[in-house]
Design a protein around this ligand. Structure first.
Ligand SMILES: NC(=O)c1ccc[n+]([C@@H]2O[C@H](COP(=O)([O-])OP(=O)(O)OC[C@H]3O[C@@H](n4cnc5c(N)ncnc54)[C@H](O)[C@@H]3O)[C@@H](O)[C@H]2O)c1
Ligand SMILES: [Zn+2]
Ligand SMILES: [Zn+2]
Length: 359
């Protein structure tokens, strides 16, 4: 039977979000209902609320989550009720050229649950990134549930569902940071700090954190940055550390054309600009045709950690168990579902590195 649970709904652009009763249908073929235990607040939830992703309001927010499978639909074999899972954005098809090549992250036919969760009046909801986990329960495609080691706490495992996976993976998989190299990370929220953790694991010599917010710079230093500066100081530190030649790797983790441009300029010739920030469709970044070819800077976008999600979760959990990646330390605030507006504000102001909604 369909169930009524509480969830966080963004009804209109820029408006405060509200807790509302939502209807979660029983899982159909290939679907699962997951009892959410923890969901981190990622900047992408704010992008949704601000209408920066698309206009498919009302959104059911939340997408950085872990929980327990409650029920599964017909034909589901990969997970069973009781399994502890991380929710990933999209289930892959397993059949297309990308999947067959062993590159499921480039799957041409990813999918989410087919049935819709709804508001009490029947209005269909658009779950953030096909997940919608600021809710007591959510309906997803079974392939979005990745069974992981239940030793990981739900709050820590949840972070792997988005921000940590994105940042860690950008450094490890996409940029493949070389030992002894120089790195700058522009934007030090949960995702940027995860990129810093990844760069440290890969043996980067210098890791410069760049952020206008002092508490974020302090956090970056705790997680492996060797220096932390405000955005205006980037040219200076570039001069001091690299004689102005530029960093070997620069990570853009804000999602704005202006910072992407600054990141490009701070990258050395032949170096790597790794684009992790998710920006708006109408925010254009400019490169001229001379510099693009002449400086041979590699521009590497990184979506969801740039690797196979299943392998990446396992690897991140192994690193966390060995004490080489700090997940708990990234959670600076823990709140209940009802405090979601405060949680979004904590993210916007930078007071929190990551706020976890415990459900
Ligand atoms: N690539 C992916 O798969 C992926 C996954 C998750 C999130 N994201 C995106 O990554 C970005 C960061 O997410 P987050 O959750 O860490 O957000 P966040 O809001 O916690 O962090 C962003 C940081 O950027 C800083 N910042 C703002 N302007 C800056 C400037 N001019 N120079 C330097 N720093 C500046 C802010 O002070 C803040 O600390 C967002 O755009 C988000 O949508 C991408
Ligand atoms: Zn996210
Ligand atoms: Zn596929």
């Amino acid at each position: 039977m369909a169930q009524q649970v509480r969830g966080v709904i963004a009804r209109a652009k820029g408006e405060p979000v509200r807790i509302e009763t939502i209807t979660v249908p029983d899982p159909g073929p290939g679907e699962a209902v997951v009892k959410v235990q923890a969901c981190g607040v990622c900047h992408t939830d704010l992008h949704y609320r601000e209408g920066g992703i698309n206009d498919d309001f009302p959104f059911l927010l939340g997408h950085e989550a872990a929980g327990v499978v409650e029920s599964v639909g017909e034909g589901v074999t990969e997970v069973a009720p009781g399994d502890f899972v991380i929710l990933n954005w999209r289930a892959v098809c397993g059949q297309c050229r990308a999947c067959k090549r062993g590159r499921p992250q480039y799957c041409f036919a990813t999918h989410n649950a087919k049935q819709k969760m709804t508001l009490a009046d029947g209005t269909e909801l658009a779950p953030a990134l096909g997940i919608g986990a600021f809710a007591e329960k959510t309906l997803v495609a079974a392939g979005q549930c990745t069974k992981v080691d239940p030793a990981a706490s739900p709050a820590a495992a949840g972070l792997l569902g988005c921000g940590v996976m994105a940042g860690l993976g950008a450094a490890i998989n996409t940029a493949d940071v070389a030992a002894g190299s120089s790195v700058a990370v522009i934007g030090c929220g949960g995702v940027g700090v995860s990129a810093i953790q990844g760069a440290r694991l890969k043996g980067a010599a210098e890791i410069v954190a760049v952020d206008p917010v002092a508490s974020r710079r302090e956090a970056a230093l705790r997680f492996g940055a060797t220096q932390a500066v405000g955005p205006d100081e980037l040219p200076d530190i570039n001069q001091r550390l690299t004689a102005g030649e530029g960093f070997d790797y620069v990570f853009e983790v804000v999602g704005k054309s202006a910072t992407a441009r600054k990141a490009y300029e701070a990258t050395r010739r032949g170096g790597t600009l790794c684009v992790v920030g998710a920006g708006a469709m109408d925010d254009q970044v400019q490169f001229n045709m001379f510099e693009l070819f002449f400086d041979e800077k590699r521009i590497l976008p990184s979506l969801y950690g740039g690797g196979d999600v299943l392998q990446s979760y396992e690897r991140a959990i192994a690193l966390w168990r060995a004490g080489r990646v700090d997940l708990e330390g990234m959670i600076t605030h823990r709140v209940q579902l009802a405090e979601i507006n405060e949680a979004l504000e904590q993210m916007r102001s930078g007071v929190a590195l990551r706020t976890c909604i415990e459900i």
